[in-house]
Design a protein around this ligand. Structure first.
Ligand SMILES: Nc1ncnc2c1ncn2[C@@H]1O[C@H](COP(=O)(O)OP(=O)(O)OP(=O)(O)O)[C@@H](O)[C@H]1O
Ligand SMILES: [Mg+2]
Length: 324
């Protein structure tokens, strides 16, 4: 049986549209036009133990709403969720002990005390044996390199330091399932990389099942084999990220450096020029022609360097979202 099973999950919200202006305000006391937003609509998926799944989609697609339903923070409007044999909306203590939730945009650590003290509170709440607690904390502190961080008042920490501590707080009770909602949002390249390594390590070491949402495609590309694409509340793709992107990747990017200055008119014949300074050219070429183009340029012009790259994954995803 799969660890996570989601069947026909639908979550709607009633929203009230208010027109601007005083007259409209008065009118709205008596009559408020109501509209139903289907944040998530008939979503189905199964996830097995130990899988690390990327959950992507444009703003407002329904990612956070889905994760909130899975964690029991929101009641589904209809449909069935079964995780490790529990229905999350029952909010049983035994279920909450099995899950962890990290939200990049929300603080779960207590603001006025050092993370270390929040960790101790969690130790008590989850009833973690003290020796296990110490061992796990030591393990996390080591790999995240936060020995000197956990004793500082949370509100004085940098975003990156705080996020690392958020992960520790969410993982001390060794949850079997981990929900990550944009865990690297606002982090610099190095901190994001550290967090990614950490997620991978936790997934491998403890066989934790992870669902990760992110707008940073590097997170998904580096961590997840399987990717679920959701748009306007509905699943549009569930499979390998590479399958999704290769369908949309029609161009290769070639970067040439020449010994002498080459006029743009010469290069234009080979492909679309993205960038050039006379000596260095970046051109876009159709995937099925790039080898031919590269060898033509190599044999006819004084090339000193050549790089061939795929379209950046961010560009591909932008195209997928635009095209859906
Ligand atoms: N509490 C709420 N009340 C009314 N509408 C809501 C509520 N929460 C979410 N929605 C609506 O549901 C839809 C899905 O929102 P959700 O937060 O799940 O999107 P998301 O995929 O997480 O987007 P983002 O990438 O911007 O975080 C949006 O149209 C949003 O406005
Ligand atoms: Mg969201």
């Amino acid at each position: 049986m799969s660890t996570i099973s989601v069947k026909h999950l639908t979550r709607s919200f009633q929203v009230f549209d208010k027109q601007p202006g005083l007259a409209a305000s008065v009118k709205s006391i008596f009559y408020r036009p109501e509209r139903t937003v289907h944040a998530v609509e008939d979503v189905n998926f199964e996830i097995n133990q130990g899988e690390l799944v990327g959950f992507i989609g444009p703003n407002g697609a329904g990612k956070t709403t889905t994760l909130k339903c899975l964690s029991g923070l929101l009641f589904p409007t209809s449909g069935e969720i079964n995780i490790l044999g529990f229905h999350p909306s029952d909010r049983q203590y035994d279920y909450l002990r099995q899950i962890g939730f990290v939200m990049g945009q929300k603080n779960q650590l207590w603001w006025d005390i050092p993370p270390q003290e929040t960790f101790l509170l969690n130790q008590a709440i989850y009833d973690i044996p003290i020796s296990t607690y110490k061992k796990r904390l030591g393990f996390f502190v080591d790999i995240l390199d936060i020995k000197d961080v956990i004793t500082v008042q949370t509100k004085k920490l940098s975003l990156g330091q705080r996020m690392k501590c958020e992960f520790v707080a969410a993982l001390l009770h060794n949850p079997k399932v981990l929900f990550l909602d944009e865990p690297t949002i606002g982090l610099d390249v190095i901190a994001s990389q550290k967090i990614r390594q950490f997620i991978r390590q936790v997934n491998q070491e403890f066989k934790t099942t992870v669902i990760l949402t992110s707008h940073n495609m590097n997170d998904v590309a580096e961590l997840c084999r399987r990717t679920i694409l959701i748009d306007r509340g509905q699943i549009k793709f569930d499979g390998l990220l590479t399958d999704l992107t290769s369908k949309y990747t029609e161009l290769k990017i070639l970067r040439f450096t020449f010994e002498t200055k080459i006029p743009t008119t010469t290069i234009k014949k080979f492909g679309d020029i993205v960038d050039n300074d006379g000596y260095r050219y970046t051109i876009k070429v159709a995937k099925d022609k790039y080898l031919q183009v590269a060898s033509k340029i190599l044999s006819s012009l004084p090339v000193v360097d050549l790089n061939i790259e795929d379209t950046p994954i961010e560009d591909v995803i932008r195209q997928v979202y635009a095209d859906k």
